[in-house]
Design a protein. Structure first.
Length: 253
C-alpha cells in the first residue's frame, strides 16, 4: 500500500509539473510580438500606359461637283451634281499612349493613337469615270471616361481625328483625264470599349469601336483637256473602326 501511494504521489507531481510548463509556455507565446501581415496590394488604373492595336475599318466617301473653272475663260457654278458615293475598307494597325486617373469606380483618361491603314475603295462616277479613295494613315486624340469593375474597365471616348487621304478620278480611254488630290482631313470621333487587366503583369487587352466623321470639304481637281480645267468638288467622308489592342501600364498597383 505504501508503494502504491508513492507511485500515485509521483504521478501527481509529474502532472503538476507538466501543467506548470504548459502554462509558462502559453504565457510566453502570448507575450511574443505578432508578425504584421500587410494586406494584398490594391489594383488601380491610375498611371501611364503604352500599347499597340490592330483591326479593320470601313467607311463612305460622298462627292458632288459644285463648280467648274475653264482656265481663265470663265467658270460655271451655282449647281450641285452628285458624282459618287462609294465605300472604302481595309486594315488598321499602330500604337497608342495614354494616362488614366482612377477615383473610386470612375476612371478619367486621355489617349493618343497613330495608325497606318490600307483602306481604299473604287466606284464608277459620272458613268464613264472611276473614282477612288485611298487612306494612308489616321491619328486620334481623345478623352476617356470609364467605370471600373476591379480589373475590368468599361469606357467611352471622344475627341479629334486626322486622316491623310488621296482622292482620284480617271478615264483610261482618254489621256489627260486623270486627276488626284491628297489632303489631311480633320474630324471628330466618338467611341466605346472594354479593357481587362491581367493580374500582376501590368498588361491589359482592349476591344474598341470608334465612329469618325470628317465632315465636308471643297477640293479642286485639275484636268488638262485642250484648256486647263479645275473641277470643284465637295467631299464628305466618315468611317467606322473596330480594333483590339494590348497595353502595358506603369504602376498598376
Amino acid at each position: 500500500m505504501l508503494k502504491t501511494g508513492k507511485v500515485k504521489m509521483k504521478r501527481h507531481i509529474l502532472a503538476i509539473a507538466a501543467a506548470s510548463i504548459m502554462s509558462t509556455a502559453a504565457a510566453s507565446a502570448a507575450d511574443m510580438p505578432v508578425k504584421y501581415m500587410p494586406p494584398p496590394p490594391v489594383f488601380s488604373w491610375t498611371g501611364f500606359y503604352v500599347g499597340a492595336h490592330i483591326g479593320g475599318t470601313w467607311g463612305t466617301t460622298e462627292a458632288e461637283i459644285d463648280n467648274i473653272a475653264f482656265g481663265g475663260l470663265g467658270a460655271l457654278g451655282g449647281f450641285v451634281l452628285p458624282v459618287s458615293s462609294h465605300a472604302f475598307n481595309g486594315f488598321v494597325g499602330g500604337g497608342q499612349v495614354g494616362y488614366n486617373w482612377q477615383s473610386g469606380i470612375f476612371v478619367f483618361g486621355a489617349e493618343a493613337e497613330l495608325s497606318a491603314t490600307s483602306a481604299k475603295g473604287t466606284a464608277p462616277c459620272l458613268v464613264v469615270l472611276s473614282c477612288k479613295t485611298e487612306q494612308n494613315w489616321m491619328a486620334t486624340a481623345a478623352g476617356r471616361l470609364g467605370l471600373a469593375d476591379g480589373r475590368t474597365l468599361y469606357y467611352a471616348k471622344g475627341g479629334a481625328a486626322w486622316s491623310h487621304n488621296t482622292y482620284s478620278a480617271n478615264l483610261n480611254l482618254l489621256a489627260g483625264l486623270n486627276t488626284e488630290v491628297s489632303d489631311t482631313r480633320v474630324g471628330w470621333l466618338v467611341g466605346a470599349g472594354i479593357e481587362h487587366a491581367f493580374a500582376s503583369t501590368g498588361l491589359s487587352m482592349k476591344l474598341e469601336y470608334d465612329y469618325i466623321d470628317y465632315g465636308k470639304k471643297d477640293y479642286n481637281f485639275p484636268l488638262a483637256i485642250i484648256v486647263p480645267i479645275d473641277v470643284g468638288a465637295n467631299i464628305r467622308e466618315y468611317q467606322h473602326v473596330v480594333k483590339v489592342g494590348v497595353n502595358y501600364r506603369f504602376g498598376a498597383y
